[in-house]
Write a protein that binds this ligand. Sequence first.
Ligand code: ACM
Ligand code: ZN
Length: 740
Amino acid sequence: NSLLLRKSTQTIQITSIEMTSFKNLLQTFLPLKLYSKDFVKPALVACALSFFSVSGYAQDFRTLRDIKVNDTALDLSTTNCKVIPRNAMHSRYRLQSLILPLQLDSVGTQAFFACKNIEGTLRFPATTRVVSAAAFNGCSKLTELSFDGSTRLGAFAFANCRGLRVVRLSATVPPVCADNAFDGIDLSRVQLIVPAQSRKEYRKAQGWRHFFGKQEEANVCRPEQILVPRPLTLEVYSTDNSTKNSDKKAKTNALLPLQWVKVVGVEAPQELANEKMQAERILGERTVFAKGRRGVGPVVRLQLDASLGNDEAYTLDISNKGVVIKGKTAAGVFCGLMTLEQLCIGNGVAARSVEIPALHIKDQPRTAIRELMVDPVRHFIPFEDLKSYVVEMARYKYNALHLHLVDDQAWRIEIKKYPELIEKASDRIGMDDMPARISGYYTQEQMRELVQFAAKYHVMVIPEVELPGHEVAAIHCFPQLSCAKKPVPIRLTCGVSNDLLCPAEPFVYEFFNNVLKELADIFPAPYVHLGGDEAGQPPLGAWSNCSACTELKKKEGFKENWELQQYLFDRIIHQLKLLGKKPMYWYEQEFKTIQPGCVVYAWRHGLTKTAIDAAVRNNVQIMLCPGEHCYLDYPEQKGDMPEVNWGMPVTSLEQTYKLDPAWGQDDNFVRNTLLGVSGTLWSESINSTERLFYQTFPRAAALAEAGWSMPERRNYTDFLRRMKPLTDDMLRRGIAVNAK
Ligand code: ACM
Ligand code: ZN
């Protein structure tokens, strides 16, 4: 369906959509002989091939989206494209003009999500049956929509298209339209033009009625149908008969629901000033609470309670008397606030929370660290977007953001001692087959700001550097770091490099000492991640060809390369411990022993039990992010993004949910060895922030529940139900999620 068209030495990849245009063009011009000799042969071949049935538009759109990244116009009017597949042009910011195919049948979910620069009018031909969920969510420069037929509009189809001024329909019977299709838009500024005789019908019709005046669906809170991760215990004192799934139903009628209009404010001690601010934000954004209300009335009270068993443990009580959140620490109070915010989201509609049933929640995490790892190396993540990522993570009680700051393809953190790192290694063109320019780095000042920002959400920031592999960017700047001492180019593809740091090179220790000193100063988290993964193919093989390494082996009495790695890590770990930090690293079988006080990550498919055994044997802690469940950069379903990758398996939402953080081990393991869970978002194939969110959620919420909730409180079907209002809320706010 796509064809390599060779013309002299040039290879041009063209898509079947272009092929159709091309064919039309040739049919027009061939009889007129308006072509050169050089052109006619490949043109005829192309023309002939295009007569074969054309399928696989998804692949074509992937080419248009990720390969032809500089194109600003997409004109499909001369193609025979009928189906625009899901995610077709997801977050293609550069796209400015779009003309839909004349025979269009359907537009898939999120097909043009956050294409925020598409301007002007979109005309949907009469053949268009459906515009699927969130298809144009966030296309804020669209000004006019015109529907020639009866087109069904899915959930959030045009949400956040804030530039819309005219919506024109010729259908006399109002087409089916989701009630939230136009959420996030001030519809009083949008003119709905419909056949005069049908106006009355539209006024009553679901979805369309909002154009005639605000009509919100009521926010209904059924606590047992929303919270993710699910709390340890939840008692709802509701008299509402429909709350059949309540854990302890209708025990008492003595406690009445809280009504937000009656609430007079938030009270908290000085130590909880930040949490008080968060509580005020939640009340302001999510409830009908009216700020400045005077007099006596229920309050939201935040307190510290030393008797609770865990730093993040909290209790939450709600009744007509008010809200009381008690935490062992500020972090616990904050966790309680995140629960309160979800309760206010209720059934996930746009309307604010009016009432919450009386309830009592007692909650605490099963594991200490729930983290997400992002990779700004392969594709850079703009600084401000890191902040919004923290905000979304925190909703699910994640407490760590792991930043993979350096790798073969770039160095992304300013190191004052070595300005070359960002000068020479933070800007390149291309990531595998994607030809975009990918540049950027974080200043130390930005990272300090991020640390402070994240602290308000009780998220610590863990920096990661790499050794001895995945360090091509540093070697590119300082060839002396490697065994070969030769300049190497920045890597433009994914995979594993054989260029390793040389453990026999004194500058390696000097360099890392300086880098780690600066990192330790920027990031107050007790941990620094040292990488340690995928050090060449075969692992550590490069050291066998290095005379300095051979010399060092002889001197130290080492027989094998893993001992050199042990030597390198021992020295760097020593430096890090002097800086007061706990080292973390990706577990590989080449680590025959693990140094005391280190944390290892079990990540490789099929190697989790081996990593666990190694951690137990060495009496160290382990983070679980097994590829089978936790690699959120993998596609969530067949044919989903990323469509082109290095062979990633599908990791469904259910597969992520199924993670057992204890991996079948006993309580002793959970208590002494298991530190937490991590979800990884390697970004070889994630080229926009929206796609980062899309890959992350809702699987990260599933993982959060695995890391936080007790196994007996977890059930996948129940999770799906609780997740729905939360993903609706994210889509309403314009955040991409892979919603079902
Ligand atoms: C890894 O996925 N290379 C840790
Ligand atoms: Zn060497």
